[in-house]
Design a protein around this ligand. Sequence first.
Ligand code: SF4
Ligand code: SF4
Length: 254
Amino acid sequence: MSTSLGLNKNHLVACISCGLCLPHCPTYLVTQDESRSPRGRISLMSGVESGLMSLSEEVVESMDTCVQCLGCETACPSGVQYGTLIDQTREILHSQRKLGFRLRVGLWILLHMKILVIGSWTLAFIQRLRLIPKQILPIPKKIPFRGGRYRQHTDPEVVLFTGCVMDTWFSQIHEAALSVLDSIGVTYMVSGKETGCCGALHNHAGLRSTAKKQALHVISTLPTELPVLVDSAGCGAALKEYGSLLGTKEAEDF
Ligand code: SF4
Ligand code: SF4
């Protein structure tokens, strides 16, 4: 496949190949493979962009395996905007292929909290009956039967972003974060099911317009005057990128 990724050249040449990001990249740490590192991925992007390389299976695989945690971006002394580079690359990849059925269904469910809650409850039930072989559906050890039930204050100083899967499968983490706030006397509210998903996974899958819609929804449902507290690295990285995703002043301020 030969194509241009439409990436900003200045973003690409900002990488000086120093390698300081490598110890911060989980996919590199696991594989020790340069093509699974930020430096390697940027170099492949540059190769494709300059026309020296094609969007081969290996290149696509390298981009697909990035979990977009952005650990590399904070570690980079050169200020490489890796998040923008990989978002745009994924968008191009998405425009050239069809997402698998299971992935499309999963991403759709994340935007429909009621279905996610009912589906999670059903999964928790059949999980207790030991009817789901782990190889078929790798899910956490025990999905809780109930999502988070959080105490909230009428005069909140912060809002905890609860998200989608975090809220239904890992609500104990939110409860722990809120108990820390309780112990230091900070009042809070939670974003809850109305706000729902941050759209990170949609963006990662290249569904940029869906991610943009969800970003607008999140911004419109959260109070503008309160700081947003996030206890999930993926959601936090996505929320911080809303400015560049939407390109509006409101999103930048958010
Ligand atoms: S992305 Fe940043 S830290 Fe990583 S090799 Fe390039 S310049 Fe160095
Ligand atoms: S976003 Fe995360 S997984 Fe992707 S290259 Fe950077 S550190 Fe590695």
